[in-house]
Design a protein around this ligand. Structure first.
Ligand code: KG4
Ligand code: ZN
Length: 868
């Protein structure tokens, strides 16, 4: 019990003196349980000034925590601080005494639901002023597992003590909203519902607290487009839509939907304007003129759907993106006649904060701001906040209606012959896949680089079949993967790989639950082959499609039951090391990734491949062969002698978790050349000579160094002379020191990341890491695995690496990611079969998640701009 009981605290006394209200003065006095437990009471009370709610509200900043871990249980809108006494300090003692047991239950429920133990804050006043104390700020809100339930059916928390208390007090609703229902079950809000819940909370909160306008939860990229289609109804001549959100947050998807609805063609090609800076769309109005009647009908339904009535349609829509101009963004000013556009046309602007000030200062008729929070593997969901800058505009009125009633059904009169892309955007739990997840059967297709792979797995992690058509031997003559050659090889192999897989699994496509496919990042030409195949199959058999992020798939491989002894739990630190990526990522769940560090130039896999080539390996990828060379007898002794010449990179960078591998690669090349010179070996370096001769075997199985003896995959014959023999030993030494330096470097930065996560757990109340995961092709390397396993042990964590044979690209990882996403409802319906070609969309550059600001310094910012 609170020690403050029995005496009004200082704040309460002060409030009374200032004319503030204390509980005693409130007439009629609400029973405090009712105040707490019924949202209607809270709101009604606030509106009529009968509830001293200022005591219960906190700053909107607390929402940051909800974003991170949406509170999933509870009822009534309250800010609960833990220890509860902090809040009780602010309440009149009798109220505090009454409320304490319930608060404790609420706090425990919230803590259990969110696994958040609180944040550390510096106390400005009160008895612990100046001290740093741990607090839990939560908005405990009505929570329900059925979004269609009416508010009076919302489930209060379900602890027994609480139920008993409610029964004893036989609560009634003093505002006449109907008595509260006791919970029937202890069902918690499922993860897939949490985002929706969060948007609901914000819509229910008064605008002074959660901002004007409407909050929408958008669970997938496709729904993002649908939101754009809804937004179109708000466009009027002179509307300027400002889209903000990080790269990969879905700004272009919203713009695309908006423009497609405006042009009434649901499949119109609406590319990102980032290269052309501006794309202008003129609407063909001929159809309306011929069908005046239909137009009137459409307008009528518009009026019904929106409380703000859409005015006349604008003549042109400009879709702009100044991102690539960087410091030269003032060039945007010359692209469009903005005086006219801002008054009579429509502008949809991505990265508006980068537009020239001269343009943004021009008078605008109506501004709609659309902010998207979140980034990363797109389908994990986004919170979108739409608001109008002028409270009296029709758009503002419509948004208020959206806020209170939810989005209206989509009302676009599509051009004749165009399939309707969907009716409504609202979160739809009926999209859940039927049957127990363990029984699902999912096909995964992977074609992002040089392996065509497919797999069929069951939802419980059983692999029913998997196949890889390797392109080994094909790219060696080019010294790297050649995209058009790879594309042709994928196209030649895709049908037999997928069909063969289904056959091996003993099923037909009709038996599948869903089709998962890698849509990025990777080589655009290659990705398209897999995506097209997946869409065709899904469209033919009416199966849901799951778009998969290649790097997330690598990571989730560590979560697949059956093949991992100890499957990955969240949160985890991921070390993603492949041919294209080199990242340290804190992951809190599927689609919830935060990049702590990345490479500023090459990835470690790329460096392995390039150095392997310098050492005479012609096979692609060369990484496993380099490992084989480094594990030759005597390699470590020989390699130790090169320690001064192949050194750890980025010595001046003392606190970032970023990487750079091009320096080590250059040093390795210099040592190779120096040794050749010393030994009097003639001619070009071995790799070049071998490549020119077009010799060598590929690492056909892609299964790591087993089967690579360090000679296989090399272009040379057996050494002839003593010098050549000595050079062979040097090569092994160089391979060893290169690999050893890479491992030490990987470990050094991973240690920083682990340390950072540990501090964040202590200081921000983030849940502590449960493991370190190493995934991606380079995770097949034994020294890498060992180095990181030892590091994790220092932090008392397990290190999880998927089995070596599943580290490199494969179809199983895509299929498993498909299962994980299906569980969260993150899938989309198939396109109509005749639309497949138009709906093939890939994301060659697709950020996995947000980038930690602490990893950004001048050098990395420059780099990150380049890669974007
Ligand atoms: O993940 P992955 O199969 O393809 C990409 O998504 O890039 O990774 C391929 C990369 C190549 O650079 C390859 O050389 C490297 O992983 N790799 C290895 C080993 N096995 C594969 N690098 C070092 N040691 C290995 N045993
Ligand atoms: Zn990969």
């Amino acid at each position: 019990m609170s020690s403050e009981q029995g005496r009004p605290n200082k704040k309460a006394r002060k409030a009374e003196k200032k004319g503030g209200r204390s509980m005693e003065e409130v007439e009629p006095r609400l029973p405090c349980t009712a105040t707490k437990y019924d949202q209607h009471n809270i709101f009604a009370g606030m509106q009529h000034n009968t509830v001293p709610c200022e005591k219960l509200w906190d700053r909107p900043a607390s929402f940051a925590i909800l974003d991170h871990k949406p509170a999933a249980r509870g009822h009534s809108i309250l800010v609960v601080k833990a220890p509860a006494a902090t809040l009780l300090d602010d309440l009149p003692p009798e109220v505090a005494a009454h409320i304490l047991p319930d608060l404790q239950i609420l706090v425990r429920a919230v803590q259990a639901a969110t696994s958040c133990s609180g944040i550390t804050v510096q106390q400005n006043n009160g008895s612990v002023a100046g001290q740093t104390v741990r607090q839990l700020h939560f908005h405990v809100i009505p929570c329900y597992s059925n979004p269609d339930a009416t508010p009076s059916q919302h489930h209060p928390p379900t602890s027994n003590a609480h139920q008993q208390q409610q029964q004893q007090q036989s609560l009634s609703d003093p505002q006449g909203q109907g008595s509260l229902q006791l919970p029937e079950s202890t069902a918690v809000c499922e993860e897939a519902e949490q985002g929706q819940l969060l948007a609901d909370i914000r819509n229910r909160l008064p605008p002074s607290y959660s901002g004007e306008g409407c909050h929408v939860w958008v669970p997938s990229a496709e729904k993002m487009e649908q939101l754009g289609m809804h937004l179109q109804a708000l466009l009027q001549p002179g509307t300027v839509v400002l889209l903000s959100g990080q790269l990969g947050s879905g700004k272009t998807s919203i713009a695309r939907g908006c423009i497609r609805a405006w042009c009434r063609d649901p499949h119109m090609h609406v590319p990102s304007p980032s290269f052309l800076l501006n794309l202008t769309y003129q609407q063909d109005r001929g159809y309306e003129q011929q069908n005046v009647e239909q137009q009137q009908q459409q307008q009528q339904s518009h009026h019904q759907a929106q409380s703000g009535s859409p005015g006349p349609q604008p003549a042109a829509v400009h879709h702009m993106d100044p991102f690539r101009l960087g410091t030269k963004a003032d060039k945007m000013a010359g692209l469009v006649d903005f005086d006219t556009a801002f008054q009579r046309e429509v502008c949809i602007i991505e990265w508006a904060d980068r537009m020239p000030k001269s343009v943004m200062d021009l008078p605008r008729k109506e501004t709609l701001e659309v902010s998207i929070s979140g980034v990363g593997a797109q389908a994990a969901g986004r919170h979108v906040w739409i608001r109008s800058a002028s409270p009296e505009s029709p758009a503002a009125t419509a948004l208020r209606a959206w806020r209170s009633q939810g989005l209206p059904p989509l009302s676009v009169s599509w051009l004749p012959g165009q399939a309707n892309p969907g009716q409504s955007l609202l979160f739809d739990p009926s999209q859940r896949i039927a049957g127990p997840p363990d029984s699902w059967v999912v096909l995964g297709i992977e074609s992002s680089c040089d392996d065509t792979a497919a797999a069929v797995i069951r939802g419980d992690g059983t692999v029913l079949a998997h196949k890889i058509a390797s392109q080994a031997g094909l790219h060696e003559q080019y010294g790297g993967v050649k995209p058009d050659v790879a594309r042709d090889a994928h196209a030649a192999a895709i049908c037999s790989t997928v069909d063969g897989c289904l056959q091996d699994a003993g099923i037909s496509a009709a038996d599948l639950t869903a089709v998962a496919v890698t849509v990025g990042p990777g080589l655009s030409l290659c990705l398209q082959v897999g995506v097209k195949q997946a869409l065709t199959l899904a469209a033919t058999h009416n199966k849901p499609i799951v778009p998969v992020h290649h790097m997330e798939a690598h990571a989730l491989m560590a979560r697949m039951p059956k093949i991992n002894q100890q499957p990955l739990q969240f949160p985890a630190l991921l070390m993603l090391v492949s041919g294209g990526h080199n990242m340290l990522v804190r992951t809190d769940g599927v689609g919830k990734h935060h990049i702590l560090g990345t490479t500023l130039d090459d990835s470690v896999g790329e460096a392995f491949d390039k150095v392997a080539r310098l050492l005479g390996v012609v096979a692609i990828p060369g990484g496993p062969h380099l490992e084989a060379l480094a594990s030759r007898e005597g390699a470590s002794t020989k390699g130790a002698a090169y320690k001064q010449r192949i050194t750890l990179p980025l010595r001046k960078d003392r606190d970032s978790c970023n990487y750079s591998f091009s320096g080590i690669k250059t040093q390795a090349g210099m040592v190779v050349d120096a040794e050749r010179l010393r030994l009097g070996l003639q001619g070009p370096p071995a790799g070049v000579a071998a490549a020119a001769a077009g010799m060598g075997e590929g690492a056909a199985d892609g299964q790591g160094p087993e089967g690579c003896d360090g000679v296989q995959g090399q272009g040379q014959g057996a050494p002839q002379t003593e010098a050549e023999e000595e050079f062979e030993r040097c090569k092994a030494g160089i391979a060893w020191i290169f690999q050893d330096t890479c491992v030490r470097f990987l470990v050094e930065r991973a240690e920083r990341a682990l340390q950072r996560c540990k501090e964040d757990a202590q200081q921000l109340g983030q849940p502590p890491l449960t493991c370190l995961v190493v995934a991606g092709g380079v995770a097949a390397n034994k020294a890498v695995r060992q180095g990181l396993t030892d590091l994790a042990a220092k932090f008392g964590l397990p290190c999880i690496c998927p089995p070596v044979k599943y580290c490199t690209d494969n179809g199983i990882m895509v299929a498993w990611t498909g299962v994980e996403r299906l569980r969260l409802g993150l899938h989309r319906p198939p396109p109509p079969l005749d639309m497949v070609d138009k709906t093939v969309e890939v994301l060659p550059r697709w950020p996995l998640g947000t980038i930690d600001a602490r990893g950004l310094n001048k050098q990395s910012e420059k780099f990150l701009k380049l890669v974007q």
